[in-house]
Design a protein around this ligand. Sequence first.
Ligand SMILES: [Zn+2]
Length: 230
Amino acid sequence: MQARDFVKMLSPERDSNVRPKRSVGYSNAFWENASTVTFSFMDDVSDELAYRIEMAMRQWEPFVSLAFELVENGKGQIRIALGGTANYSAIGTNALRMAAQEPTMAIGLDPASPYFEATVIHEFGHALGFHHAHLHSDANIQWNKPAVYAFYNKEVNWDEEEVDLNLFGIESGSTVLQGEYDRHSIMHYAIPGFLTLNNAWFAFNTKLSDGDKRFARKVYPAIDYRADPI
Ligand SMILES: [Zn+2]
């Protein structure tokens, strides 16, 4: 069973002219480079589980010029809820626009799952501002769209708009920074062959790929402190 996740959408705007799901941050939602990003757990979590999650998210750390700092319960910029039914995250600094008592990330997957670490790494990719790799304009996945809508509706009860948002494309008018397309990215979904017209399939990626590392470094470049004026 693959650990499907989704990009957390912000709460609907009051203005009825604004379509709520337009407010998702496809555009630049990156944290300020070289800043400290705090994270916390919403609930009591065992030391062992907290450690596993922290170790997984910190796999990004060598490739970004951010510092991740664990703070006390529920006070982080990234707020992690465990034990629900869904896996999701806000994209990057969209987390700052969510209600303070709300989680910005959920890891619903059973920690005993062999996909647990990979799912945590993936969700932290979203938290760093990265979107799904299969949305890349060079991915050219020949989706069998009716099959995809039916599959996700049956499996995870998504409507067509949620499928569009997570699988099919970046909305027009968004500004997106893209690295090279990378089918091995941790941000790429596993895709079974019956969801594509040419029976192309994509494995479940469990590790940061070289492409992930390069892209993270591009977004959060290393600071050369020696170049700073004293
Ligand atoms: Zn995702």
